[in-house]
Every structure is written in C-alpha cells, then in structure tokens.
Design a protein around this ligand. Structure first.
Ligand SMILES: Nc1ncnc2c1ncn2[C@@H]1O[C@H](COP(=O)(O)OP(=O)(O)O)[C@@H](O)[C@H]1O
Ligand SMILES: [Mg+2]
Length: 464
C-alpha cells in the first residue's frame, strides 16, 4: 500500500498544500494586523500633534488656560459621542486630567494616566467601553508646566476585520483543500485506471493468443512506450513460438521419411524367405537410412542446444588454415568419389573461436560445395584477412542458387527444390552455420550464379 503511486501523490499534495496555505494565511494575517495597527498609530499620532500644535499657538497668544477649558466642551464629531471609541485627554504634570474629550467626559470615564514621557508611548489597552484601543501618550513642555497628551482609537473594527479574514480563510482552506484533494484523487485514479486496464490486457495474453496486441492509440502518453515495447516483445515471442512449432513439425516430418523407408524395407524383406545376399543388401540400405536419421537427429540436437543456449562455446585461438586443412582431410574422400578437387589457398589467419563449432561451420560449407557441385568440378577455398577480419571464401563450380532462394537457404529444413534430386540432406546445415558464425561476431554471405557456381564467404573478427 505504501508503494502506491496514488497514496504518495495524495500525501505529497496534503503536505505541500497544508504548509503552503498555512504559511500564506499566517503571513497575510500578521501583515494585516501590522497594517491596521500602524494606521491606528498614525491616526492617534496626528490627533496628538494637532492638539499639541493648537496648544502651542494658543500659548504664544497667551490663551492657553482658556483654550484648555474650550477643548473639553467645543468638540463635535466622533469625539463628542459618548464612548464612541475615539478619545483624547490632557493631563497636567501632577497627574490631574485637565481636559477630556466629551466621548470620555459624558460617561465619566478617562484613559489610564501614565508617567510623563517625551517619547511617544504607544500601547494597546482595554478602553473605557471594554473595547480594545490603541493609545498614544506624549508629554510636551509648556509655560504652565509639562502637559501629557493622550489619544486613543478603538481597534475593534480592526479586530472585526481580522476575525472575518480568519473566518474566510478557515472556510476557504478546507473547501479548496477538499476540491483540490478530490481533483488529485480523480486525476491519479483516472491515470492509474489505464494502467489497470493495461495490466488486465497483459494478463489475458497467454501462449494461446500471442497474436494479440495492446492498443497503442488512446493510451496515456506515459504508457505508450510501455505498450510499444510490450508489443515488440510479444512479436518476438510470437515469432520464436511459431518458429519452435514449425521446427517441431518440420523435424517430425523429416524423420518420418527415413522411418517409412526403413519400415518398407523391413516389410519387403520379411515378406518371404530370402538368401543371405538379399538380407545383407537390405540391412545395408537400412543402415544407410539410419545413418541419415542419425545425422538429422544430431543436427536437431545441436540446434535445440543452441536455442536453449546450453552449448558453451569455448573460445581459443585458432589458425583457420590449420582448421581448414583438417576439414579438407576429413572430406576429401567423398570429393574424390565425385572426381572433385579441393584447392586450399591463402594464408594462416588467427581468430578467437570454438574449435568444434568452427569445424562444424566449414565442414558444412565445404560438404555443400561438393554435394551441389557438378561431377569433376572444383572447390576453391581461400583464407585471407581484410580490415581486421578473417575472410574464408569457399567457391564451387556447381549448380548455383537462384537469387530469390539465397536468403531462404539459411532457414531450418529449407532445401532448394527439395534438394534437386539429392536425397541426402536435412536442410539444417546452413542454419547451424549461420547461428555459430553470428555467435562468433561474424557473418555469412553468398554469391551465386545459377549453372556456374556459388561462393560462400564467412567473415569474422581476427584475433588480436
Ligand atoms: N554450394 C551450394 N550450391 C548450391 N546450392 C546450395 C549450396 N549450399 C547449399 N545449397 C542449397 O541450400 C540448401 C540448404 O543447405 P543445407 O542447410 O546445408 O541443407 P542440406 O545440405 O542438408 O540440404 C540445400 O538444400 C541446397 O539446395
Ligand atoms: Mg548441407
């Protein structure tokens, strides 16, 4: 469960969202509070400066005392309203309240008297009406002594504003949180749904329906490469499966022919009493057919081992000239029978490879060159090197291979025109040749002219 992409996304969203929102909220809240208090401060300050200036002017005109008395009465506006939240008072040096705004006086209230201070003294206190007020006290020097001016403004409106802000944020936070949360959940669910249906489709594919493919259109962009590589994998699997099936059926078919031959020899031979010479002849024919079967079975075994990768190639340094001499010695008798000569030319080139595997390769190629040659023809073998590669060319003077058949002769069990009257052969030789050569990092090429002959060219990396 903890491994789920959806859960991770949701947790990530909850954490980021909560921190981000809480951060913004706190920042705005304190910024707003700061701003409103600053406004209140400015207001009380301008109030006090106005009062102080007024007194200073009156002092110059010698009307300070009378002005003080006027101030307490002749005021209109918010300062004249009882407990309006806007107050001022002037306190004498000995702590007597000389003047109060009517808003205080009408309620017989006053602002708390502080010690005289020439520095402006701002504080937030409980006002006469129980409200929060921002109060400024500042002392100025006059001819009649030090006077402390005090002004206060209610902060209740500010607090109300902050309260509304808090409410809005507290309401908005869960609402936006839920909407975004649902959004994240739906989007991930939707995205993962295609993954689920993808998984379900993949789960339905077995060896029975390997031809099925995943729909690549309409799949989420992120899943497209997955679908594409899965389809490629399916194609490869399907191909290899059908190759296996084909191989099995070809192999059984190929083995049926010699078995049928053996069976009919047995039936015919045993149908009546015969002389020793007849029996000998029959057993010899059966022996030949069994040899052919053995050859087919051995090749099938080699192919299946190569397919299962149970053949371990042991690379050693091999001089191709030496190897070819051995191959030639092995095959020469059958060439002589057909009056075919084998010429071996070129020079020793060393490659790194498996001795048994490479012997199999060149035996097959040279055998073919003899088998599909004309009587008294020649087989020319040339070993050389070219640009870091060892090149072995086996040329014959035989019947050649039609252009369109050249690629097919490397297929398993494929024989041109079912071997053109030659019964000996399984069609497996060249497929083994190609697999071994490719396992050595090399390649096999064929050049051929019908009626003139063919050339098989094997190239593989030279040993350093
Ligand atoms: N040198 C060649 N000249 C003409 N045809 C050839 C030659 N080598 C191979 N072929 C053709 O390719 C086919 C496949 O060869 P191979 O796999 O060795 O099978 P096989 O020799 O058992 O028939 C042969 O049946 C033959 O028709
Ligand atoms: Mg062959």
């Amino acid at each position: 469960m903890l491994n789920s992409i959806k859960l991770k996304l949701v947790i990530w969203f909850v954490i980021v969202f909560s921190f981000f929102f809480a951060g913004i909220e706190l920042f705005l809240y304190y910024k707003l509070e700061d701003l409103t208090v600053k406004l209140a401060d400015e207001h009380v300050n301008s109030e006090i400066q106005t009062l102080a200036n007024l007194m200073a002017i009156e002092e110059v005109q010698g009307k300070l005392e009378s002005e003080l008395q006027e101030l307490g009465a002749a005021v209109t506006g918010v300062y004249a309203e009882k407990l309006s939240g806007h107050y001022y008072q002037i306190v004498s040096d000995d702590g007597h309240i000389l003047v109060r705004s009517p808003s205080l006086a009408l309620a017989e209230e006053s602002l708390p008297v502080l010690n005289p201070s020439h520095e402006p003294d701002y504080r937030t206190i409980a006002g006469p009406n129980g409200e929060h007020v921002r109060m400024l006290s500042q002392t100025f020097d006059f001819s009649i002594g030090r006077l402390t001016f005090q002004a206060a403004d209610s902060l209740d409106e500010t607090y109300e504003l902050m309260g509304s802000f808090r409410k809005i944020v507290l309401l908005a936070f869960p609402a936006v949180f839920i909407i975004c949360g649902i959004g994240v959940f739906l989007i991930t669910s939707w995205a993962l749904k295609s993954l689920k249906s993808f998984t379900a489709k993949v789960g339905q594919i077995t060896e029975e329906n390997l031809s099925q493919r995943l729909e690549e259109r309409g799949v989420a962009a992120e899943l497209k490469p997955l679908a594409a590589s899965f389809n490629t994998m399916l194609s490869r699997l399907e191909e290899s499966f059908s190759r296996q099936k084909q191989f099995l059926s070809d192999a059984s078919h190929e083995l049926r022919t010699p078995t049928t031959i053996i069976k009919s020899f047995c039936d015919v031979t045993l149908s009546r009493e015969r002389g020793a010479a007849d029996y000998k002849e029959s057993i010899k024919k059966i022996g030949d057919t069994v040899n052919r079967m053995c050859d087919i079975i051995n090749r099938i075994l080699v192919i299946s081992r190569m397919d299962n990768k149970t053949i371990q190639f042991k690379p050693v340094k091999i001089d191709l000239m030496d190897l070819m001499k051995d191959v030639k010695k092995l095959i020469e008798p059958s060439a002589v029978n057909k009056g075919i000569s084998i010429d071996l030319e070129g020079k020793g080139v060393v490659v790194k490879g498996d001795r048994e595997g490479l012997t199999e390769v060149f035996t097959n190629i040279v055998e073919n060159a003899i088998k599909y040659n004309r009587p008294n023809g020649t087989v020319s073998i040339d070993i050389n090197e070219y640009m870091g590669s060892a090149i072995v060319k086996v040329e014959d003077t035989g019947m050649g291979i039609p252009e369109e058949e050249i690629e097919k002769i490397f297929d398993r069990f494929y024989r041109v025109d079912a071997s053109r009257g030659l019964t000996v052969g399984s069609g497996l030789g060249l497929s083994i040749v190609r697999t071994i050569v490719e396992a050595h990092g090399g390649k096999v090429e064929v050049k051929s002219q019908v009626g003139k002959g063919s050339a098989f060219i094997v190239s593989m990396p030279k040993s350093l």
